[in-house]
Design a protein around this ligand. Structure first.
Ligand code: GLY
Length: 371
C-alpha cells in the first residue's frame, strides 16, 4: 500500500488537506483513530471570528486568521457543491458585549486596539445593541459589532468534507490508529495492528494527540498540548421565539445561534491535560454567564454537554509545514481550527504538490520551537 500523502487525523484540518490534495490529483489516504465526528472539530462552536477573537500581542496570528476568514465563503461554496450539501454561513456578525462596569472598561481598551489594527468594528450604545438583539439582558452596557465575523456548523462541514474527499478520489479510513511515523527517505506510518502504509509524505494532523505518536520529532511533540473546553448545546421547540440572531460574546462566554434554533454556549479554557470530564462547576458558570447576556436561555433544553481538547501551542498559533524529511505538520490550531481549515487545506496541499509552502504559511513553520 502506498499513497502520495497519508494524513494522520480526520478532524477538520486533516479532511480539508485531504480534500484539497485529492482535488490536485494526489493519491490521498486519511487515517482516523475513531470517527471524524468524535474529535474537537465536531465539538467546536464554529465561530469564524478573527476580529472578535483578537488578542493583545498576537498580530501575526491575526493576519493569518483574517486571511483564513476571507477564504471561507468560496470554500463553503466549493465544498457544498462537491458534497452536494449546502454549507451556510451565519453572516449577521458578532456582537461583543459588556454586561458590567469592568467589562465595559475592557471592551473600550479592546475597541481602541482593534481600531489601531484597522479592523472593521463599530462601537454601539446599549440601546443600539438592544435594537439588534431585543432579548439582551437589561444590564447590557455597550457593544462592539464586528460585521464580518461569521459562523458555520462544524458538524455539517465535517460530514461534507468526508463526502467531498471521497468524490475527489481520496480515501478515509476510520478506526485506524497510528502507532508510529517513519520520516526520511522512505516515509511511512505503522498502524496499531502492525500494518505499514508507505507515503510520499506523512501529514500529521491529529490535533493535541499529534505528539503522542512514536517518531514525531521531539520539538514538535513538546510544542503541542491539550487545552480543555467545555461547551453546551441548548435547543428549543420550533414555535419558541428566536432569542438571538448574532453571535454574542462577553469576556466570559459566547453564544452562537444556529438556523435550527440551537444555541451553542462556550467555552471553558482549562489546562487539565487529556482530562475530558464535564464538570458541574464549569457547566454552571457557562449557564450563569450566558444568562447574563440573554436571560431567556434559561428556558431552553440543555441538549448536550461536550468536552473538546483544543490543540494548544506555545504562541497560540498553528504549526504548518515540513518538520522532517517526509513529514509535514498541520496541528496546534488552538482556538482557530475551524476558521483556519480552508487556508490550512490550501496551503498544505500546495506544499504536498509542489514541495514549497505558500508565503502565508512561512511564519508558522513547525521548526520555530526547535532548540
Ligand atoms: N474558538 C472558540 C474556542 O476555542 O472556544
Amino acid at each position: 500500500m502506498s499513497y502520495d500523502a497519508v494524513i494522520v487525523g480526520a478532524g477538520i484540518t486533516g479532511l480539508s488537506i485531504g480534500f484539497r490534495a485529492a482535488k490536485m490529483g494526489l493519491e490521498v489516504l486519511v487515517l482516523e483513530r475513531d470517527d471524524p465526528a468524535d474529535g474537537a472539530s465536531a465539538v467546536a462552536a464554529g465561530m469564524l471570528a478573527p476580529v472578535t477573537e483578537t488578542t493583545f500581542g498576537e498580530e501575526k496570528l491575526l493576519r493569518l486568521n483574517l486571511a483564513g476568514a476571507a477564504r471561507w465563503p468560496s470554500f463553503a461554496q466549493e465544498l457544498g457543491e462537491a458534497a452536494n450539501q449546502p454549507i451556510d454561513l451565519l453572516t449577521s456578525g458578532t456582537l461583543h458585549l459588556a454586561t458590567n462596569r469592568d467589562q465595559a472598561a475592557e471592551l473600550e481598551r479592546l475597541y481602541e486596539y482593534q481600531v489601531k489594527l484597522d479592523l472593521q468594528v463599530e462601537r454601539l450604545t446599549a440601546g443600539a445593541c438592544r435594537e439588534l438583539e431585543p432579548a439582551l439582558h437589561p444590564s447590557t452596557r455597550a457593544g462592539i459589532l464586528a460585521r464580518d465575523d461569521r459562523a458555520v456548523e462544524p458538524r455539517r462541514v465535517i460530514r461534507a468534507l468526508g463526502k467531498a474527499l471521497h468524490a475527489a478520489g481520496g480515501t478515509l479510513r476510520t478506526g485506524s490508529s497510528v502507532r508510529s511515523i517513519r520520516t526520511g527517505d522512505h516515509p511511512a506510518v505503522t498502524l496499531e495492528d502492525g500494518t505499514e502504509v508507505a507515503a510520499g509524505t506523512v501529514v500529521l494532523a491529529a490535533g493535541c494527540w499529534s505528539g503522542l505518536i512514536d517518531g514525531v520529532p521531539k520539538p514538535v511533540a513538546a510544542a503541542l498540548r491539550p487545552v480543555k473546553g467545555q461547551i453546551l448545546r441548548l435547543r428549543h421547540r420550533p414555535d419558541h421565539p428566536v432569542l438571538l440572531t448574532h453571535v454574542l460574546r462577553t469576556e466570559e462566554v459566547y453564544l452562537v445561534p444556529r438556523a435550527n434554533g440551537e444555541v451553542v454556549v462556550g467555552a471553558s479554557v482549562e489546562e487539565k491535560g487529556f482530562d475530558a470530564t464535564a464538570t458541574a462547576g464549569e457547566v454552571f458558570e457557562l449557564l450563569r454567564s450566558a444568562g447574563e447576556v440573554i436571560p431567556g436561555i434559561r428556558e431552553l433544553q440543555l441538549a448536550e454537554v461536550n468536552v473538546g481538547l483544543r490543540p494548544g501551542s506555545p504562541d497560540n498559533a498553528p504549526l504548518l509545514g515540513t518538520a522532517a524529511p517526509g513529514l509535514v505538520v498541520a496541528a496546534g490550531h488552538f482556538r482557530n481550527g475551524i476558521l483556519l481549515a480552508p487556508i490550512t487545506g490550501d496551503g498544505i496541499a500546495q506544499l504536498l504538490a509542489s514541495g514549497e509552502p505558500p508565503p502565508e504559511l512561512l511564519p508558522f513553520g513547525p521548526g520555530r520551537f526547535d532548540r
